[in-house]
Design a protein around this ligand. Structure first.
Ligand code: PMP
Length: 401
C-alpha cells in the first residue's frame, strides 16, 4: 500500500475509539429474519431500527413469490437491463410502479442509491443548476458529485432560503430541485406545496426521492406527491424497494420520453446488473399486498401515533416528525452511543444518529415503527429507553416519574 494511502487508513480512528469504549453500534449481526423481533447473539431483541415500515419482509405471499421466481428464472440475470438482463417481470413491475405513483413510465435500477447517482448525473449538464435541501440523502449528494452541473443547497425545508437561492440564478438556466419526500433521519415531510409554487415562479423542475414515503403516505401509500395531490407538478419520482416494499432495488418514474432518455444515459443503470428475479417478484407481491390489505398502513400509523404519544407523555424531546421515523434527541454524540449500547443490552435495537450525519448538537436515536409492532412491544421499548436515558444521565428527559 502506498505510504499516503496507508497513513489515511491508519489515521482513521473513528471506529476504534468507540470500539475501545465497548460502544460500537454498527454492523450488528442478526441471526434471524428482519421482523419486530430479531435474534442477536442468540437473544431476542425488539427491532425499532428497521425500514421495513409495513413489516412485509416475512410475509408468506412475498416469500412464495420470491421462491417461484427463482424456480422460473434462476437466481440472477447475469447482466445489465441494457443487454441480457431484462425479464418480462422487470417490465411488469415498471408498469405497475408507473401506475402506482401516477406517472407515464418507470425504469428499475438495482438500488435506490443507483437511481440518484444515475438520474441526477445524466439529466444535468455544465450550465445547469441542481438545487438540494441540505438534509437530502447521501445518494442525492453523491449524484450531485457525479454531475457536471453546479450544486446549490438551501437550508432544510426553508422556503425563504430556497426562493433566495433560486432568485440569484440565470433565468434561462435549467434548474432541478431534488428533495427527499420524508427526510430519512428526522422523519419530517417536505413542504411540497410551497416548493411547487416557487418552482413554478422560477421555472425549476422537481424530483422527489420517496424512499421513506412509499407504503407510508399518499393514496394506498403511493407517496408524497399523492399525499399533497400534486403528482402532476412533480417531474420525477424516485423510490426504493429496500424499505416498505420488502426487497432491494429502486426506480425512477416520469414521462415516457424522460424515462426513455434515462434508460439510454444513466450509467448506474446501463453498466450494472439488473435486479435479480426474486427481488423483482417480491416487490410485485408487496404492491399486491398493499392493495389488498390497506389496513397495514392504518396499523403503521396507529403504532406511530401511539409511540409519539408515549414519548411525549414521558417527557422525551422528539422532533416534528410526520412519519414512522421518530427522532428521539439526546444532543450529545457520546451519550447517544452510550444509550444505544444500554438499550442493546436490554434487548432493544435502535439506531444512533450522530455527526457527521447530523450536527453533534442534534444527535439522536432514530426509532422507527413497523405495522407489525404490537402496543406492548412499543410500551416495553419506550420504558427501556427511559431507563437507559436515566442510566446514561441524559438530562433531556423532563418527566422522570
Ligand atoms: N434515498 C433515500 C432518501 C434513502 O433513505 C435511501 C436508503 N437509505 C436511499 C435513497 C437508497 O436506497 P437503497 O437502499 O435502495 O440503495
Amino acid at each position: 500500500m502506498h505510504r499516503k494511502l496507508q497513513e489515511r487508513i491508519s489515521q482513521f480512528k473513528g471506529a476504534s475509539v468507540i470500539k475501545e469504549k465497548g460502544l460500537y453500534p454498527y454492523f450488528r449481526t442478526i441471526e434471524s429474519g428482519q421482523d419486530t423481533e430479531v435474534v442477536i447473539n442468540g437473544e431476542r431483541v425488539l427491532m425499532f431500527g428497521s425500514n421495513s415500515y409495513l413489516g412485509l419482509t416475512n410475509h408468506p405471499k412475498i416469500k412464495e413469490a420470491a421462491k417461484a421466481a427463482i424456480d422460473k428464472y434462476g437466481s440472477g440475470c447475469a447482466g445489465s437491463r441494457f443487454l441480457n438482463g431484462t425479464l418480462d417481470i422487470h417490465i411488469e413491475l415498471e408498469r405497475k410502479l408507473a401506475a402506482y405513483v401516477g406517472k407515464e413510465s418507470a425504469v428499475l435500477f438495482s438500488t435506490g442509491f443507483q437511481v440518484n447517482l444515475g438520474v441526477i448525473s445524466c439529466l444535468l449538464d455544465r450550465n445547469d443548476f441542481l438545487i438540494l435541501d441540505e438534509s437530502d440523502h447521501a445518494s442525492i449528494i453523491d449524484g450531485s458529485r457525479l454531475s457536471f452541473s453546479r450544486t446549490i443547497k438551501y437550508k432544510h425545508n426553508d422556503m425563504d432560503d430556497l426562493r433566495k437561492k433560486l432568485s440569484r440564478l440565470p433565468e434561462d438556466a435549467a434548474k432541478l430541485i431534488v428533495t427527499d419526500g420524508i427526510f430519512s433521519m428526522e422523519g419530517d415531510l417536505v413542504n411540497l406545496p410551497h416548493i411547487v409554487k416557487i418552482a413554478d415562479e422560477y421555472g425549476a423542475n422537481i424530483m422527489l426521492d420517496d424512499a421513506h414515503s412509499l407504503g407510508v403516505i399518499g393514496f394506498n401509500g403511493s407517496g408524497t406527491a399523492s399525499h399533497f395531490g400534486l403528482t402532476d407538478k412533480v417531474d420525477l419520482i424516485a423510490g426504493t424497494f429496500s424499505k416498505s416494499l420488502a426487497s432491494l432495488g429502486g426506480f425512477i418514474a416520469g414521462t415516457a420520453e424522460t424515462i426513455e432518455y434515462v434508460k439510454h444515459r444513466a450509467r448506474s443503470l446501463i453498466f450494472s446488473a439488473s435486479m435479480p428475479p426474486s427481488a423483482v417478484a417480491s416487490v410485485i407481491a408487496a404492491l399486491n399486498i398493499i392493495e389488498s390489505e390497506p389496513e397495514r398502513i392504518d396499523r403503521l400509523w396507529k403504532n406511530t401515533n401511539y409511540a409519539k404519544k408515549l414519548f411525549l407523555a414521558a417527557g422525551f424531546e422528539i422532533g416534528p416528525t410526520d412519519s414512522p421515523i421518530i427522532p428521539v434527541y439526546i444532543r450529545d454524540n457520546d451519550k447517544t452511543f452510550h444509550v444505544t449500547n444500554i438499550l442493546s443490552k436490554k434487548g432493544i435495537f435502535v439506531n444512533p444518529i450522530v455527526s457527521p450525519a447530523v450536527n453533534p448538537e442534534s444527535s439522536l436515536l432514530r426509532f422507527s415503527l413497523m405495522a407489525t409492532h404490537t402496543y406492548p412491544e412499543i410500551e416495553e421499548a419506550i420504558e427501556k429507553i427511559k431507563a437507559a436515558f436515566i442510566e446514561a444521565r441524559v438530562n433531556i428527559l423532563v418527566n422522570t416519574d
